[in-house]
Every structure is written in C-alpha cells, then in structure tokens.
Design a protein around this ligand. Structure first.
Ligand code: SF4
Ligand code: ZN
Length: 300
C-alpha cells in the first residue's frame, strides 16, 4: 500500500518523515529558516554570498536563501577537468535562469596553474591542496566583493562526518571551529561562514533537489580517492542503516559539547597575518603561500 503524507491525504514522496511534495518542500524550508533564526546566522543588513560548486547542496542552499534574501553566488574553479567544468555549467545555468549574480574565480587565472597541472608536478595530496586554495580564495574573494557572511551548503551528514573524523584523529581544536556558525574568533579580514542547512540530511537535500527539478551533474571528483572523509562517510552510513538516528545523535552530542570546545580553544586560536600575503592565518605563512612556495608559483 502506498504511504500517505502525515499532513494530508496525498501520497508521500519521502519517508521519515512521510510527506507529500508540498509538505516535504515546506518542511525543508522551515528547517532552514528555524536554523537561521535559532543560531542567528544571518542579520538584516548582511551581504550574503553563497559558496557554490554547482552540486546539489550549495544549489539548494542558494535556492532557499534567495527566497528571503538578496544573495549572490560565489564559486572557485579549481581546474579539475571533467568535473568542476561540468558542475560550473549547471551553476551558470541555474544562476542565469534565476537571475542570481554569479562570481567565478579560477585558480588558474589567479595563480597560473590549475589543480590538475599542479598535481602533475608530482607533490601534494589533491584534497589538501584543493581545500587550502578553496578556503582561502573563498574568503579573499568574498571579502573583496563586500560580503559580510558566506553561506555554505554543508548538511547534517557532512557535519557528522567532520565531528567523527576529528575525534578519530584527536583534532578537537578543529571540531571547535565547527557548528552552524563556524570559526572561533572574529577578524576583520575573515568573512564569517554559516551553514543554514545544518540540520538537513543528505537524503533530504537530494530529494529536495530532485523535486525542484534541479539537474546537477552527478559526477564525482576524480580525486576522491584521497579523501579520508569517504572512509568515514561509508562507515557512518553503514552504522546509520543498522541504527537509525546515529548521525542526528552524533550532532546532538556535539552541539552539547560545542560551547565548551569553543570556550576552550578560543583563547589559543587568535588569527595572525600571513607574512607573504597578509591573509588571516594561524601560522607565520598561510597554507596557500606555503604551497605556492613549494611549487615556485607566482604570489597571491
Ligand atoms: Fe577538491 Fe578533494 Fe573535493 Fe576533489 S574531492 S573537489 S580534490 S577536496
Ligand atoms: Zn599567505
């Protein structure tokens, strides 16, 4: 027998919770609005930029936020052939159709080499290199565009993986920077990041994207083999299958600990300026400048 929506007589398009199309869409959107309100993620006068990849999570985030806020999309093109070029096509199409301003910055344009070319040079792990460039460029480009907040498409599954990874690697200081509003200390050069979809699961976002007829290209980055996250994701998914509610429970436990972690690590996390480029960082030289030096590339 077909499952019915818990709110009306229509057929359910999603289970757990069982909702028809309309009730499911409003359930997801209400979840986002209540996360923003509860954690004060966005203020009335904020200039909001959504960090977009063209994938479903950031596109859904962009779509929902654009219903209530003036938003702009910001993307970093790392230069991963057969992957980022395709997801950026989707993003360009979405932004054009919805008249949302889009800013794309490419690593090649700024530094002279794509991620693919850098990796051919032989040193460096893809995700470490990619993450360092992307985090730093997002901050710098958003700041130069006048952003006061960057919204990201991180969901509950992403956060549960990060929390578990940090526990497994004994990196509590890294966990202290997690949460719906990321970071520990305020810095004029650092644009705060928020995660409006913090309590939406990956499955919910996939279903929302499908129901809204977004058509993100479901390609995988060719470098995912480098990702420890993939291993943790697979284990967490298996655990969730056998013990429903595991991921939510992990996030609830983390949110209990989070204020203590933030208080504990706030005092030891002051940001300084990179000696080479002046960007905020925790050491003398930021990760990007360290990589540039290693690859003897042009400066930031
Ligand atoms: Fe970058 Fe690694 Fe993600 Fe690929 S899988 S986009 S290399 S962080
Ligand atoms: Zn630097």
């Amino acid at each position: 027998m077909k499952m019915k929506c818990a709110r009306c007589q229509k057929s359910a398009v999603f289970r757990n919770p069982a909702y028809c199309r309309e009730h499911f869409i409003s359930y997801i959107e209400r979840k986002v609005w209540s996360t923003i309100a509860r954690y004060k993620l966005i203020g009335k006068n904020d200039a909001i930029f959504v960090a977009c990849s063209g994938g479903k999570d950031s596109t859904v985030c962009l779509h929902i936020l654009s219903q209530r806020y003036q938003v702009e999309a910001l993307a970093i093109d790392e230069g991963i052939a057969g992957y980022r070029d395709l997801t950026l096509l989707d993003l360009r199409a979405y932004c054009a159709a919805h008249r949302i301003p889009l800013h794309v910055y490419s690593i090649k344009h700024l530094f002279g080499k794509t991620l693919d070319e850098l990796l051919k040079k032989g040193s460096g792990l893809p995700c470490t290199l990619c993450g360092a460039f992307r985090r730093s460029l997002l901050n710098r480009c958003a700041r130069e565009l006048g952003a006061t907040v960057i919204a990201t498409g991180h969901n509950l599954d992403d956060e549960a993986q990060s929390v578990l990874m940090n526990f497994l690697r004994n990196q509590l200081a890294v966990s202290a920077r997690l949460g719906p509003a990321t970071g520990l200390v305020k810095d004029l050069h650092f644009v705060p990041r928020v995660k409006p979809m913090y309590f939406c699961t990956e499955k919910e976002i996939t279903a929302y994207a499908y129901l809204m007829n977004f058509s993100p290209t479901f390609t995988e980055c060719p470098y995912t083999w480098d990702s420890y996250r993939n291993t943790v994701r697979a284990h967490l998914n298996t655990y969730e299958e056998n013990h429903r509610g595991t991921k939510k429970a992990l996030i609830r436990s983390f949110l209990h600990l989070m204020p203590m972690l933030k208080a504990r690590y706030r005092t030891t996390s002051a940001l300084s300026r990179c000696h080479d480029c002046g960007e905020p960082c925790a050491a003398d030289r930021c990760q990007v400048c360290s990589q540039l030096k290693k690859f003897q590339m042009k400066k930031y």
